[in-house]
Write a protein that binds this ligand. Structure first.
Ligand SMILES: C[S@@+](CC[C@H](N)C(=O)[O-])C[C@H]1O[C@@H](n2cnc3c(N)ncnc32)[C@H](O)[C@@H]1O
Length: 210
């Protein structure tokens, strides 16, 4: 049945506790799960550019891991309130001081509706299993007019990397449609790591305004 799952991309129904256990176990692996990111990497710059001035804003990093993106956002915008939400407490142990850490699933975000100005998910939505549920939750906690970024992998490149059985990669238009159920404007584009290197198609960024 593995071939069937690979062909049609039906994620295996791994319970959240198994996914949490996996990420708790791999958290010490700094090579694959780094706690820092070079702020010149285009994934970071895209989020910074799209969000703009974050003074006094509440920003949620969804599936934050060790908070490497949140660290940069907080450094650039000390007046913003950054929240790092992740399923794995061992990941959150690396989140730097000054950023609120929250152990929870993005499919049941423990914050009030419209309580954030911005939210982003980098290489984490792919692990949510209930993708529609996670997208609905991310959009729920962002206020009308607030901004959302998802950066994740392109289903057209499935097979390029090893993946755990529950992982999903996304078709550009399918995730656009999912976001558009909750947001007023949605666009997407291929993104590369470095601005001066053309995208190879593996990563896509979805930008939405609720
Ligand atoms: C590949 S890491 C990416 C971490 C971070 N966004 C980054 O770019 O450094 C994926 C993260 O998603 C988290 N995750 C997986 N399923 C989740 C869920 N349902 N809710 C919240 N976080 C989840 C994992 O624990 C892990 O830290």
């Amino acid at each position: 049945m593995g071939w069937l799952r690979d062909r049609f991309r039906v994620p295996s129904p791994a319970p959240l506790r198994d996914i949490a256990r996996h990420f708790n176990e791999v958290a010490p692996d700094e090579q694959h799960y780094p706690s820092h990111i070079d702020p010149r990497i285009y994934h970071v710059r895209l989020i910074l550019d799209f969000f703009g001035d974050l003074q006094g804003q509440r920003v949620l990093d969804v599936g934050a891991g060790k908070g490497r993106f949140a660290r940069v956002l907080k450094e650039r915008h000390p007046g913003a309130s950054l929240y790092a939400l992740d399923l794995a407490e061992a990941m959150l142990a690396y989140v730097p001081g000054g950023i609120h850490a929250c152990a929870a699933s993005m499919t049941a975000i423990p914050f009030a509706s419209s309580s954030f100005d911005c939210a982003y998910a980098t290489e984490s939505l792919e692990h949510a299993v209930d993708i529609e549920g996670a997208v609905a939750e991310i959009c729920r906690v962002v206020r009308p007019g607030g901004r959302i970024v998802v950066i994740d992998k392109n289903r057209r490149h499935w097979g390029r990397l090893q993946t755990p059985p529950w992982e999903t990669w996304f078709r550009r238009r399918a995730l656009e449609r999912m976001l558009a159920r909750h947001c007023a404007s949605v666009s997407s584009r291929p993104v590369s790591y470095w601005e001066d290197v053309p995208p190879d198609g593996l990563f896509l960024a979805w930008l939405a305004i609720k």
